[in-house]
Design a protein around this ligand. Structure first.
Ligand code: 2HG
Ligand code: ZN
Length: 466
């Protein structure tokens, strides 16, 4: 251990007990990165606070000695928001993972930030309730990270983003102050709602140390339909047909390449016996038989209009889950191809134009790379994954991808969309932020960062620089 590293550890153990400061190479490697690719982890130490006081102590120390901190939740992020490659101290919330309090009258649950999303969902179920935010990484992601990135997922169409479920939040700001924001109130018209500044701020203003989230009554068991489509534009036409008459809980789409990868990596059987260029997955609550009848009529309409070629519908919950596997397994099934990811959104009305432009852009490079398209079409959110050919060098691949990304972002910008719908900005998207936020806005963002974190110790280098 170098003298400086020893000095740092000596300081850190004045705040947390020595067993909760790690500097072994394997821990530095594991806690120094998230699910994004590209950056090399290189933190100087990992600390595991157990209480709000300890987090406050660490932020105080970082201000005093001027060392940077990176927050670490489940590290499932895809934009490098939790990467520590500049000798930062990683603050892991793994030991702050308790559900602290549940209030039955208010339906509010108070949690430490390290609670795993799936554990909160199970807790809600045990109380006969439901936490609506859901995504493929719910088994690993932590609530603090979800809130810090305003995580989206598969139920946004019906239930909104993580932001919509945060009723209260305690944070330690970059200045080391503890703020107790909104305190579980439904109504609170007392000026600036700082809660919303911290939601989606990626740990750049302060660290979330406690959350109060709302739970609701569980929905009726959903029915899922999977449709095979010939053309990309038919995905949006199919959405319009279903949306007009049914209250949808999800409307997802994915390409034939995505289906092939999922089938292969999970050894699933092909639902139609042939691969379609595109698929639409429709989910709706089946609270009475009428809904299913309406859905059948809409399905027929899609077939007659030529939007869909064929479809299957779930008859029970296990079949519904099996159909979701084709969609939810995509990210994992392509992980070995070192994918280059874009996560963009437009208003639904602009999606047909965006998809046309995307087809034009793809036609230029699709001979070079395999393209996997999927996403939450009902929310206007498209995920574009370019797969690295096995024979191609990583560096060359990423340089080529950046050129393509630029074309995609230009198209998104011209349609008034967002270059990051739900994965955040982190390190990877930072150079492109100006495609979605203008200079005046960026200046205010920098001003907010300076206000809460004047010494630039909270996740520096992510989102915006000051
Ligand atoms: C999803 O929708 C996630 O499954 C991951 O947002 C998207 O891997 C991706 O590009
Ligand atoms: Zn997604």
């Amino acid at each position: 251990m170098s003298w400086t590293a020893k000095k740092l550890v000596d300081q850190l153990i004045t705040v947390v007990e020595p067993s909760r400061v790690k500097i072994d190479a394997s821990d530095l490697e594991y806690y120094g990165k998230d699910w994004s690719s590209g950056a090399t982890p290189n933190p100087s130490a990992i600390v595991f606070p157990k209480s709000i006081n300890e987090v406050q102590g660490l932020v105080g120390l970082a201000n005093k000695l001027n060392f940077p901190l990176v927050p670490s939740g489940g590290r499932t992020g895809l934009s490098g928001g939790a990467v520590a490659s500049e000798r930062e101290v990683v603050v892991s919330f793994d030991r702050m993972n308790k559900i602290l309090k549940f209030d039955k009258v208010d339906n509010l649950v108070t949690c430490q930030p390290g609670v795993i999303t799936g554990d909160l969902k199970k807790f809600a179920e045990s109380e006969g309730l439901f936490y609506p935010v859901d995504f493929a990484s719910a088994g690993a992601s932590q609530l603090g990270g979800n809130v810090a990135t305003n995580a989206g997922g598969i139920n946004v169409l019906r239930y909104g983003m993580t932001r919509d479920w945060v009723e209260g939040m305690k944070v330690i700001t970059g200045r080391g102050e503890l703020l107790d924001l909104n305190r579980g109130l439904k109504k609170n018209a007392t000026g600036f709602d700082f809660r919303h500044l911290f939601i989606g701020s990626e740990g750049t203003l302060g660290f979330i140390v406690e959350l109060t989230l709302e739970l609701i009554s569980p929905p009726e068991e959903p029915t899922v339909m999977l449709l095979g489509l010939q053309k990309i534009e038919n995905t949006v036409k199919t959405l319009a047909v279903f949306k007009e008459k049914l209250s949808l809980t999800a409307f997802e789409f994915f390409s034939g390449t995505a289906m092939q990868k999922v089938i292969k990596s999970n050894e699933l059987s092909d639902p139609f016996g042939r691969i379609y260029p595109f698929y639409a997955l429709v989910e709706f609550e089946n609270n009475n038989k009428d809904q299913l009848d309406v859905a059948s009529v809409l399905f027929e309409k899609c077939i007659k209009s030529g939007y869909a070629v064929e479809g299957v519908v779930s008859q029970n919950q296990s079949q519904a889950k099996s159909l979701w596997k084709f969609r939810e397994g995509i990210t994992e099934s392509i992980a070995d191809y070192n994918p280059f990811k874009s996560d963009v959104s437009c208003r639904i009305s602009k999606i047909p134009t965006f998809l046309q432009e995307l087809e034009k852009i793809s036609s230029v490079f699709s001979r070079q790379f395999e393209v996997v398209l999927f996403g939450h079409l009902g929310d206007g959110n498209i995920h574009i994954n370019l797969l690295q050919p096995f024979q191609m060098d990583s560096q060359e691949f990423r340089e080529e991808c950046k050129k393509i990304s630029k074309l995609i972002f230009e198209s998104v910008q011209s349609l008034g969309g967002s270059i990051s719908a739900e994965h955040g900005i982190g390190l990877i998207k930072k150079p492109y932020l100006s495609y979605s936020r203008d200079e005046a806005e960026l200046n205010y963002m920098r001003g907010v960062k300076r206000l809460f974190d004047p010494e630039n110790i909270m996740n520096p280098g992510k989102l915006v620089d000051i």
